[in-house]
Design a protein around this ligand. Structure first.
Ligand code: KIV
Length: 255
């Protein structure tokens, strides 16, 4: 018998029980099946697909059409994991736009949506949660703001930044977020934030003190060998056997 479907309530209960939440990105049907078969409880169709799938320099090029295409593919795997999806760049500038696009992602098969920002997007978050749409926050380094910020800079280095992060996290919880991704935050600050909020925090490059950890699957598997973030220790170097297998096969074909 297959294990029970992962729900928002189950993920929230993990925090109370002290059970860590491993989470990974997914962008297509076979990877969703593989990750689901080994029991990853939370899968995110991340807008990181802009880089690792579509070859863009950053996530600001990702469109709703891109997200819908990949969410549909992942949803066809009918994962037991909770399948979340990113609202892409400029797809949630107003509450109405956020609601329409979040509904489109849900219709495509996502079960929760994520958007970047804290108090600056609170009206959008409230609109989504009031409409019953499960929402994941995202604080710290916000990749959709990389161009304005001029790079991927660690957050929580000053008292002012730390206070802003804490206020953003509390505001997101108050607005109904059921989890918060913490990206590139000073580990002590991420741990402090994790202790402060009642919902699970899912860290990426933010140290071990979060309730869960998320990685871009391609980084974990060495499937995007041209760039690996400093905080990732890949478990595989899948690019090397791929190159070798194809080289061997070409030699066989050429005889
Ligand atoms: O797009 C993404 O992959 C993300 C991360 C948190 C991994 O948002």
């Amino acid at each position: 018998m297959s294990a029970a479907k992962v729900t928002v309530e189950l993920l929230r209960a993990c925090k109370a029980a002290g059970t860590r939440i491993p989470s990974l990105t997914t962008y297509d049907y076979p990877m969703t099946r593989l990750l689901d078969e080994v029991g990853v409880p939370l899968l995110l169709v991340g807008d990181s697909l802009g880089m690792v799938i579509l070859g863009h320099p950053d996530t600001t090029h990702v469109t709703m059409a891109d997200m819908l295409h990949h969410v549909r593919a992942c949803a066809r795997a009918k994962p037991r994991a909770l399948l979340a999806a990113d609202l892409p760049y400029r797809s949630y500038e107003t509450p109405d736009q956020a609601l329409a696009n979040a509904r489109a992602l849900l219709e495509a098969g996502a079960e929760a949506v994520k958007a970047e920002g804290g108090r600056s997007i609170l009206p959008q978050v409230r609109t989504l949660t009031h409409a019953g749409i499960p929402f994941i926050g995202h604080l710290g380094m916000l990749p959709q703001h990389v161009l304005e910020e001029g790079g991927y800079r660690k957050k929580g280095r000053s008292e002012r930044e730390t206070a802003a992060l804490l206020a953003d996290a509390e505001a997101l919880v108050e607005a109904g977020a059921f989890a918060i991704v913490l990206e590139l935050i000073v580990p002590e600050v991420a741990a402090q934030l994790t202790r402060r909020v009642v919902v699970p925090t899912i860290g990426i490059g933010s140290g071990p003190g979060c309730d869960g950890q998320i990685l871009v699957t391609h980084d974990l598997l060495g499937a995007f060998p041209w760039f690996t973030p400093r905080f990732v220790q890949p478990k595989l170097d899948v690019a090397t056997p791929i190159r070798q297998a194809v080289t061997d096969w070409m030699a066989e074909v050429r005889g």
